[in-house]
Design a protein around this ligand. Structure first.
Ligand code: CUA
Length: 155
């Protein structure tokens, strides 16, 4: 059987592309097994209150213009439930849940994180505009879900 020259080239190219895709998928599967894309820090959800840093929730200055907000989520609230940070500062939220899955969504920003019991979730946000930012739980967590909210004041 005689294969046209162009056909040969295209066949080689398409097999090459398939091989490259398979290679990429293989490398990703291998890499993610060793370095997960999200935080894999774990915590005993029964012992959140006695495990650092969650034994002392609050706002901490960690650098010249950097802050860390250590926060626990539980049915149906956030601890602390009011937070104040300066405008323009890099704010890292270190979050965990004491019971079920909760959400951490900051209105007017792209922050939208799932907070799973047993895991430590970290999200970073710089609030450039001063104001009051509403934080909502966006994972249905029970009868009080609708009331689960807090405020971040940016000054
Ligand atoms: Cu917490 Cu919904």
């Amino acid at each position: 059987m005689k294969i046209h020259r162009y056909e040969k080239i295209w066949l080689t190219l398409s097999f090459g592309v398939i091989l490259i895709f398979m290679l990429i998928i293989g490398v990703q599967a291998f890499a993610f097994e060793h370095a997960p894309p999200s935080h894999k820090e774990i915590i005993d959800p029964q012992k959140v209150d006695v495990t650092a840093p969650f034994d002392n929730p609050g706002v901490f200055q960690t650098g010249e213009n950097e802050y860390e907000v250590v926060m626990t989520l539980q049915a149906f609230g956030f601890t602390p439930h009011e937070v104040e940070v300066p405008a323009g500062a890099k704010v890292t939220f270190t979050l965990t849940s004491k019971d079920v899955i909760h959400g951490f969504q900051i209105a007017q920003t792209n922050v939208n994180a799932m907070v799973v019991p047993g895991h430590i979730q970290k999200v970073t946000q710089t609030f450039s505009k001063p104001g009051e930012y509403l934080v909502l739980c966006n994972e249905y967590c029970g009868i009080g879900h609708e009331m689960m909210a807090m405020t971040i004041t940016v000054k």
